[in-house]
Design a protein around this ligand. Sequence first.
Ligand SMILES: [Zn+2]
Length: 182
Amino acid sequence: MTDEPSIATYRIDADDVIQDVDAEWLQFAELNDTPGLSREAVVGRSLWDFIAGAEAEHIFKQIFERCRERSSGARVPFRCDSPTRTRRMILAIEPRPERSLEATSILLAAEERDYVGLLDVKAERSDTILYSCSWCRRIQLPDGEWREMEPGVRALDLFGEDPLPRLSHGICGDCEVRTALG
Ligand SMILES: [Zn+2]
């Protein structure tokens, strides 16, 4: 699959309202199970309508605030995985006039993976909640340990489970340190 974009950009104003997105951003949204978004439908909405998880939102807000206060850019590594593909990305944030920001997602590496039902938004879910780190996409085992998706699914013996647990977004200890305010 080579038809996915490698760079996508959005611009937000001082209140995190989306001012503009490019065609590649919309293409990414499509790949991540938010099909049918047009530029007109996105501009004017809060960025947070499109970010999954309170923890991720909280950290992004801190990073954005730091960029605005210092008028300096930031580069944050993150993962943007789908059921059949892992994507290592960087979000590059640049300050713009009047506390607006421009953020560019850059795809560093993508790899095919065997289908992971846990990441399929169409899969049926139970009431059991499983935490996934918003940044590195590892999942948390009952003992508190964070594991990569595939070994985590194996350790939890989720292959035969139906329906699958619901994924909730959190942040693991490593990513909390990595994204901490410097
Ligand atoms: Zn993490």
